[in-house]
Design a protein around this ligand. Sequence first.
Ligand code: ZN
Length: 150
Amino acid sequence: MAHRQRVKAGEARSSGQGGPGDEKTCAVCGRRMEWRAKWAVNWSEVRYCSDACRKHGIGDVDRQLEATILELLAARAATSTICPSDAARAVGEEDTWRDLMEPARQAARRLVAAGEVEITQGGSVVDPSTAKGPIRIRRRRGSDPGLDRS
Ligand SMILES: [Zn+2]
């Protein structure tokens, strides 16, 4: 079975190839990407989970959605949550905001990866990569407001 010698995780990481068990977050959809053998050649440069994400990239609207989520949360109590649709409505127009729902969810996932927010369902923090159905977004708990660098 395991005829190949196992590479120690530390060695693999220092060489930038990664290894089984390594993971990172897609720069577009914010979903977790688990290391695959085909990525060993350039794991340190892998940024997208799929061709679709690579093609989509990150545009102005995506950045705007991220900023809007943070603004909406900043305007509310630390414990309150928003819905991705709040950000989609704020950025989009009357007849286009629904198209921004998935981009808004992606923006929320990227912010989770950045350590800015948490995604919850029924009041509990959920894994943004696997959560299905309606989600809420709230500021990340446990961050010390005294450390605000703004
Ligand atoms: Zn992706």
